[in-house]
Each structure stands twice: as C-alpha cells, then as structure tokens.
Design a protein around this ligand. Structure first.
Ligand SMILES: Cc1cc2nc3c(=O)[nH]c(=O)nc-3n(C[C@H](O)[C@H](O)[C@H](O)COP(=O)(O)O)c2cc1C
Length: 344
C-alpha cells in the first residue's frame, strides 16, 4: 500500500501528533511493509492558492505556481492512504496544511455536481475512488466536543465514508516523560489500531473506545496543564533544574490518589545532587508539596534527582547497583506503596 503522511505540524518532527502517527505506522507495517512517504509540510515550499483557476481553464490539472506542490500532487494521487497528521489550531487546521489543501484544486474538475445530501462538489480529475483518508490530530484541551466540530464537518464533507479518525485531546501530555507509563500504553493501543486498520480499513468500536479514553480526567489534566505554564524559563528558553523539580513534584501531587492512604503520610525527599529537600504531605483529601516549615517525616529518602526521575519514568526499578545510590529512613513500607498512591 502507498501511504502519504502529511505532517502539518509547524513543529515538524518534534510534533506531539507525529508521535501518534509513528505508532500507527509501526502498527500498519506489522503485517506487511508498506511504501510510506512522510512529508513535513512545514519544510515544503507551498505558496497560497491564487484563485486564478488557470489549473481549470488554461492548463487543465496544472497549477501556474512553480513550487513543491507539483511533486506533492503526484504523490497524493498515487497514494492509497492519505494520513493527515496535524494539531488542532483555532478549531481547525494549521495554515500551511490548509494551503496544501487549497492547492489540491488541480486534482478536481471545474464542473459542479450535486452530492447525496443536496450539497455541491466538483468531480475528481483522477479516479481516487480507492483512496482512504485518516485524520490523526492532537489538541491542547481535554474535549473533542465543541473543539473538533468544525474540522470534523469539513473532513466528513470532503472524504465521507472513506474517513477514519484518531483524535488525541490533552496532546501536550505526550511530551511529559514522567507520564510515560500512561502515554506508552496509549501508543501501544494506537499501534494495535494501525494493525487493525491495515486489515479492515476501519477501526472496531472496541478500538475506538480505547483510543477515545482521556489520558487523565479533566480535573487532574487541568491541574497538570496549568502548572506547566507557571514555569519560569531561563533566558535561553531552558527550564531551570529547580523549576523542573518543583513542577515534577506538583505533578506528582496532582496525580496522587488519596483514596489509597489509610493514614496521613509525610514523605520527605532529599535530592542529593541538587542539595534540595521537599516534603509531600499525603492527607485524606489532598496531596501537597512543602518546600519549607517541614513536619516530622514518616519516610525520608535521600536520592539523586536524576535517579528519582528514572524511577518515576519507569526506566529503572532499582538494581543492586542503584541500591547504593539512595538511603531510606523511617517507615520503609511507604516506599513500596508509593507507586500505588500515584497510579493515576
Ligand atoms: C496557534 C495555536 C492554536 C491552537 N488552537 C487550539 C484549539 O483550538 N483547541 C485545542 O484544543 N488546542 C489548540 N492548540 C493546542 C495544540 O493543538 C496542541 O498543543 C497540540 O498537541 C500540538 O500538536 P503538535 O505538537 O503536533 O503541533 C493550539 C495551539 C496553537 C499554537
């Protein structure tokens, strides 16, 4: 199968959405190696359509503008599956992928026909009846409803029953390494969806149900998202170690499932590489981060922050070698239960 992937994120390969698209491509390639062309639209020279209709009148099928679109149109008409991979921008598509879409005009004929639902359209210049379309998109909010309505309508009008969708709300969380457990499980569902799509050219209800599940419930997501905007960047745009550390702890607090505690717990962390101490106060209804006025601890761990991050990202679970790198004081049982407190 010839697959054309249109990466419409201005962030190119750093795109959140492309992470999902790559997982889908891994899945679709499990059964058979497909011929995949991945185009980073942001790096292509694509002028805006001039609306001159020269591609309909003087030079049928050929645009007057000499840029990358002539090559891209060839790829487009020779593809069996078009994957539209882009973030949601202002409830629609980013401007450069819209420019790409407008420039597909030479692939249509000028005559007007009436479609099933009494709306109008132009017939295609080429027989693309076999072509399928998949919209893969991520967005910043947690909701699909009210957010994607306009884009869905547009894509449904254009591609009708040939369209499938993978939509990922809370998309910025794809970037948070500490949440890799939840993110990787989503990406493995996307991989499975890719395999299924290869066989059936659509997704089952069960797959859609899995893919529709939010990473985190809205109230936790909003806390996580709002926290990340509070970060003070250094002059060169990097986040300082202390800010990253404090954000991380506040994220931990937001993800905490307080129904797991049978008693209040003061969990103290001393990060040996940064020489900083923090406490997580795990109480019945809340989990808070303390940076001063410390309380007597239930459990204290002395550990390099780098190693703590690796634990939380699931990159290690404490080898014999690592055991010499940290010390635990007080109720050591709490450390073993910690993962279940943050199972969110
Ligand atoms: C200009 C702009 C407009 C955006 N508009 C929306 C929007 O309407 N709804 C939404 O949920 N997220 C919106 N977002 C957030 C992005 O869709 C979100 O961060 C996405 O995951 C980025 O994906 P990418 O890394 O693939 O570019 C917007 C972001 C930008 C920069």
């Amino acid at each position: 199968m010839n697959i054309l992937v249109l990466n419409g994120s201005p962030k190119g390969e750093r795109s959140n959405t492309v992470k999902i698209t790559n997982a889908f491509l891994d899945g679709i390639n499990t059964t058979q190696e497909n011929n995949i062309n991945l185009v980073n639209i942001s790096q292509k020279k694509i002028e805006h359509c001039l609306g001159c209709y020269i591609c309909w009148k003087k030079t049928p099928g050929i645009c007057i503008i000499d840029d990358d679109m002539s090559e891209l149109i060839k790829m487009y008409i020779n593809s069996d599956l078009i994957i539209w991979s882009f973030p949601l921008y202002y409830f629609g598509m980013p401007s450069k992928i819209k420019a790409f879409l407008d420039r597909l005009l030479p692939t249509s004929l000028p005559s007007i026909n009436i479609k099933e639902n009494q709306s109008c359209g132009h017939p295609g210049r080429y027989d693309l009846s076999h072509q399928m379309h998949l919209l893969i998109s991520s967005c910043g909010f947690y909701s699909v409803k009210g957010n994607y309505d306009a884009l869905f309508k547009q894509f449904e009008i254009m591609f009708g029953k040939k369209l499938s969708k993978i939509i990922c709300p809370e998309g910025e969380l794809l970037n948070v390494p500490e949440l890799s457990g939840r993110i990787n499980s989503y990406l493995s569902d996307v991989r499975a969806a890719g395999k299924e799509y290869f066989q059936h050219k659509s997704f089952s209800e069960e797959t859609l149900h899995k893919l529709d599940k939010l990473f985190y419930p809205p109230e936790i997501f909003i806390k996580l998202a709002n926290m990340s905007w509070e970060l003070d960047n250094t002059e060169d745009g990097d986040v300082s170690d202390t800010d990253r550390l404090e954000l991380f702890l506040r994220q931990m607090a937001a993800l905490c499932d307080s129904s797991m505690f049978i008693k209040d717990i003061v969990f103290e962390m001393h990060f040996t590489d940064l020489n900083k101490t923090y406490q997580l106060l795990l109480e019945k209804e809340t989990c808070t981060v303390k940076t001063e006025d410390f309380l007597p601890y239930t459990t204290r761990i002395e550990i390099p922050f780098t190693l703590w991050l690796q634990f939380s990202e699931g990159k290690t679970n404490g080898s014999e070698y690592e055991k010499d790198s940290y010390k635990v004081f007080g109720d050591t049982e709490i450390l073993l239960k910690l993962k279940s407190f943050f199972s969110n």
